[in-house]
Design a protein around this ligand. Structure first.
Ligand code: 15L
Length: 265
């Protein structure tokens, strides 16, 4: 693989993984809504807005693969979620269709299945039980990815990301944490496996307490290396008596299940 487009490069996850992408690509086009100036030698910047189809088409020119982190990444009012995660994702897939169908890593979310209880282990065949308007927009995204696969053969790795941060900071994250290096290793696997298809995979490290069974994706050859258990003592010391009735500890989507619906402005 030579040239990857990274959308959402100015977001927190985009910033965290950028330094690792040189390991899996010769060139990385970093794109976002604001200019990025601290470019590494293998990086170029393209201004691209998800609501602006032409800017996405231009940013994707010559790319062999796309890591799509762009979008609205938390619960919020419906209008901006719709613009970024519904219209914006459609624009992204149309840009791919106009650019020779590079493989796409679609950053879906555990909030697609957030109302499944933490006591259950689920796999990719679990029923969507979104916990937020944000989660609903990711259900749409997964359906759009599948539609472009069935209709045009566009390959996508749908990664239902758990919690991709520096380290796990609460009990739920001991199950849902995904390290940056395991994420980048997943991208490498998805972009180099001979036939990708359109799998749904749960994005978490090799956590002892994972809620998710990824055996159906073994053919990708992805073997996460990190394990949130290394932070268990630290989390348990910081939060000694978690309330089992708190949504944070009851549902896989944690506190998203209890958020109010934001009114549009
Ligand atoms: C997500 O989908 C969010 O983008 C992120 O901010 C976290 O809330 C994460 O899920 C999570 O569930 O921990």
């Amino acid at each position: 693989m030579t040239k990857i487009l990274l959308t959402g490069a100015t977001g927190s996850m985009g910033r965290a993984i950028r330094p690792l992408l040189g390991e899996i690509a010769e060139e990385v086009v970093v794109s976002g809504r604001r200019e990025i100036t601290d470019l590494a030698p293998h990086e170029t910047f393209r201004l691209a807005e998800l609501h602006d189809a032409a800017s996405l088409k231009a940013a994707m020119q010559g790319c062999d693969a796309v890591i799509h982190l762009g979008g609205y990444s938390v619960e919020g009012p419906f209008a901006p979620i719709m613009e970024a995660n519904i219209l914006g994702l459609y624009n992204l897939y149309e840009a791919a269709r106009a650019n020779g169908q590079p493989r796409i890593l679609f950053a879906s979310s555990n909030h697609v299945v957030g109302f499944h209880p933490q006591s259950e282990v689920i796999d990719a065949s679990a029923m969507p039980r979104p916990d937020s308007l944000y989660g609903v927009s990711k259900v749409f995204g997964e359906a759009l990815a599948r539609f472009y696969f069935e209709k045009f053969g566009q390959e996508t790795a749908i990664l239902r990301i758990g919690s991709c941060f520096d380290e796990p900071t609460d009990h739920r994250m001991l199950s849902t944490w995904l390290s940056y290096r395991d994420f980048v290793a997943f991208c490498r696997a998805a972009f180099t496996v001979p036939v990708l298809g359109c799998p749904i995979v749960y994005g978490c490290s090799a956590n002892d307490r994972s809620f998710w069974d990824n055996r159906a994706a073994n053919y990708l050859g992805w073997q996460p290396q990190d394990n949130a258990e290394a932070w268990a003592a630290q989390v348990e010391a910081a939060i000694p008596n978690p309330d089992p009735q708190d949504p944070l500890h009851l549902y896989q989507g944690g506190k998203f299940t209890a958020l109010p619906i934001d009114e549009d402005d």
